[in-house]
Design a binder for this molecule. Sequence first.
Ligand code: PBG
Length: 335
Amino acid sequence: MSLLHHFNNAPQAGFPQLRLRRMRRSAELRSMVRETRLDPAHFIYPLFVVEGEGIRREIPAMPGQFHLSVDELVREAASAFAEGVPAVLLFGIPATKDPRGTSAADPQGPVARAVRELKRELPRLLVVTDVCLCEYTDHGHCGLLDGQQVDNDATLPVLAETALAHARAGADMVAPSDMMDGRVQAIRARLDQEGFDRIPILAYAAKFASAFYGPFREAAQSAPQFGDRRSYQMDPANRREALREVQADLQEGADLVMVKPALAFLDVLREVRDEVTCPLAAYNVSGEYSMVKAAARMGWIDERAVTLEILTGIKRAGADLILTYHAREAARWLA
Ligand code: PBG
């Protein structure tokens, strides 16, 4: 029996010797034994880029988040970076959509242009790009269709070309969110082939088919035009399957893995944390953000306290990195 085991099982003092309140008596004592600390260094700030110039249009379902043209996006990212947020995640809303999501890999598309501009203006800002087709297909599904079905293998080369276009534009990291099987492998192979072996892949490994993406789909104009995403995103009821998804993505070459959404899946986050050694990200998604904003507007909750408690909970559950629309505000509050 190990020494540690022996001590953990030794009889412990009970009340009145044991008083856990002793270490809560002052702010200084509480701080000294605090187990989890939020640091904006771990935040990734999602941003929506649109065509045009001088555009900063608030997204109705996501108060405080905007559709930004490239010039305005650079300003927003510069402010966030100055406030301590080291990274952004880019979503593009293209001018044209077609069945094959052709514009996703367009070197002149909003994401590629935004990446080039951001890296020129803010070379130390980390620029992560979302790799998925749902914003670029006219049917709104994350892959190519074969009839009414999403065709897994036909989608892979399109995703790989999209990731390559982002890497060529200067992205620091690519983040596939489509949930096709084999996409990490396909993207890794294509990037390596073209000399981008240095670019890490952040895999949306355990991404659940969630109603919490509602506000995002309005923001990204990416709601599926028929059916739903349940044939590719995970069933929210499944825990063990999440571990298999994570293992599969790591085998295919993912450098970091993600659990998404965060709040209804904190148990999954903890379980993944206990199983893998790679960096783990959690996506605090649009619906989670908008619920806080709505309740705060009604005067029903203390927005700042609730936001920091949520982010702390995500960190405590095991996330190293948090993708959150609260990033900029939270960085300010933590300063
Ligand atoms: C695209 C994608 C989605 C989100 C991130 N990437 C939407 C979806 O899968 O329908 C959701 C992000 C959010 O809700 O904040 N596949």
